[in-house]
Design a binder for this molecule. Structure first.
Ligand code: ZN
Length: 218
């Protein structure tokens, strides 16, 4: 059947509008998914917050393996985690005159394999077969420093693999208990989840959504 041009115009208009709506919806989806991707990409922490102090022991021999494991002392992490750390830093700084210090964040899977070769004991090192939450760029090892850069007393040093490093170890001074609680409460408030055995380690909520990566860091 041949339809007249007069009959076609209104229906084409409706068709065009529907088509435009589809395009706009698609562009919106594209924008959302692009943003989501960039939020979860691995970024240098300093690009989000250059005020956070870092002390990457794995870039030195001053760590439990006694070997240099990272080619750089720059901290890399998922962007969404870096944004949360910036909020922790702001809270500590503005309300307590304290600062965050980062020991470790994203850890390439290749480094996890080296750690496992040195210490194949899953009480201390995550088996690279299943990976560490650090390999997902979704975990951080942190402490708190005062306004002149001294670490506040957390009862043990970082990477102390004894029961004294357990958050709830009973035989700790009141000061240490208060310090650990301040770190834990502040981290939880901005989206992190503590573990019981290492006062310094926090997983970012939803860590399981992030894949294990072997991104080269330099
Ligand atoms: Zn950790």
């Amino acid at each position: 059947m041949i339809t007249s041009p007069q009959m076609q115009t209104p229906s084409n208009d409706i068709g065009n509008k529907a088509h435009m709506k589809k395009i706009i919806f698609f562009l919106l989806l594209l924008t959302i998914s692009t943003n989501a991707q960039s939020d979860t990409s691995i970024v240098p922490l300093w690009s989000i917050d250059s005020t956070i102090t870092t002390d990457v022991r794995y870039a030195t021999t001053d760590n439990f393996t006694g070997k240099i494991l990272y080619p750089t002392d720059k901290v890399y992490i998922r962007k969404i985690v870096a944004l949360a750390l910036a909020k922790v830093q702001k809270e500590l700084s503005e309300n307590h005159n304290l600062q965050l210090k980062i020991f470790d964040a994203y850890r390439p899977l290749s480094v996890q394999k080296i750690m496992w070769e040195i210490l194949p004991d899953d009480r201390y090192v995550a088996n690279p077969a299943t990976g560490s939450r650090h390999n997902r760029g979704a975990a951080v090892d942190v402490t708190i420093i005062d306004s002149v850069g001294n670490e506040i007393d957390m009862g043990t040093e970082y990477d102390n693999f004894t029961e004294k490093a357990h958050y709830a170890f009973p035989d700790l001074s009141e000061e240490v208990k208060v310090n650990r609680k301040l770190l834990q409460d502040t981290m939880i408030r901005f989206g992190f989840h503590p573990i019981t055995t290492e006062w310094w380690h926090f997983d970012f909520n939803g860590w399981e959504k992030f894949s294990i990566l072997d991104v080269e860091i330099n």
